[in-house]
Design a binder for this molecule. Structure first.
Ligand SMILES: C[S@@+](CC[C@H](N)C(=O)[O-])C[C@H]1O[C@@H](n2cnc3c(N)ncnc32)[C@H](O)[C@@H]1O
Length: 263
């Protein structure tokens, strides 16, 4: 058995590798070096999380999704809270870096859609599954008749396949039921990960994908590796947020990483 240990004043981590063929490069020294690095990174990550946790607000306990939310008429605050506006603004700037053909998944209040329109894009397709939100879209659409805006009514999972290629894709949806929450939020690295492959398939070369990252101050290695499976390079920046003490959403930190993933 291989044992590695790291200890600080606050915690101790003991790594016991029971399979001697696990992480087995040609030389023992190489194995030693990468295991030491992994442990050091874990220690560093815990120290960073300790500092970040001190900046969290309390928020509210999460609501259990007892019903499917595809068609539920949600209160405005359940669709999106005001503290997210700067995030939308930065995501829109990211996705319209090449203001050509834009695909947006999830209309919600239409805040990001309005921002996208202000960036003079060539065309704008929005996929939205909720009938009441589609009515909201139709009211907005009537105000901007001369624009190339099209709504695809349905789940992205059932509609996006026929939509072709885009210069930019913005993904901002939420779990539609408890199963999606457990699988993609609780057990996943970021909710949007289940859309990464689809986004890459529908981007032109050099096109940009952005999404609500749910990362506070950096992207985890797991998150980066998942992006690099589908995209050629990524760029990240951090946005500071005024997060209310009584935030409804499952987000408590006062910053978020904005991601641009390039095809
Ligand atoms: C958080 S809101 C989007 C907010 C929007 N960015 C804004 O600025 O107002 C998410 C939207 O995604 C829609 N949605 C959720 N899951 C979806 C899915 N699988 N396919 C299509 N739309 C979905 C919801 O109905 C909701 O309108």
């Amino acid at each position: 058995m291989t044992k590695k240990r790291t200890r600080t004043e606050s915690f101790e981590v003991l790594l016991e590798i029971v399979d001697e063929n696990f992480i087995r490069p040609p030389r023992d020294s190489q194995r030693n070096s990468i295991l030491n690095r992994a442990l050091r990174e874990f220690e560093y990550d815990l120290e960073a999380l300790n500092r970040l946790a001190g900046r969290f607000v309390c928020g509210k306990p999460r609501k259990f999704f007892s019903e499917d939310r595809t068609q539920v008429v949600l209160a405005d605050v359940d669709i999106m809270e005001d503290w997210q506006l700067p995030v939308m603004n930065q995501m829109v700037k990211a996705v319209t870096e090449n203001p050509g053909d834009i695909l947006e998944i999830g209309f919600g209040h239409g805040i990001s859609s309005r921002m996208i329109q202000k960036r003079n894009v060539r065309s704008h397709i929005i996929v939205e599954c909720n009938d009441s939100v589609v009515e909201r879209f139709n009211r907005w659409r009537a105000e901007c008749k001369d624009k190339r805006i099209e709504l695809v009514h349905g789940l992205w999972q059932e509609t996006v396949g026929s939509l072709g290629l885009f210069d930019g894709i913005l993904f901002h949806t939420y779990p539609l039921n408890e199963e999606e929450y457990i699988k993609y939020v609780h057990q996943g690295i970021t909710f949007a990960e289940h859309f990464f492959a689809t986004a890459a398939q529908h981007l032109k070369k050099g096109g940009i994908f952005t999404y609500f990252s749910n990362e506070i101050d950096s992207l985890s290695r797991e998150h980066q590796r998942s992006l690099f499976r589908h995209f050629s390079h990524i760029s990240t920046s951090i946005i500071n947020l005024e997060i209310p003490e009584s935030v409804e959403d499952s987000w408590w930190a006062d910053s978020m990483v904005i991601v641009k993933a390039y095809k």
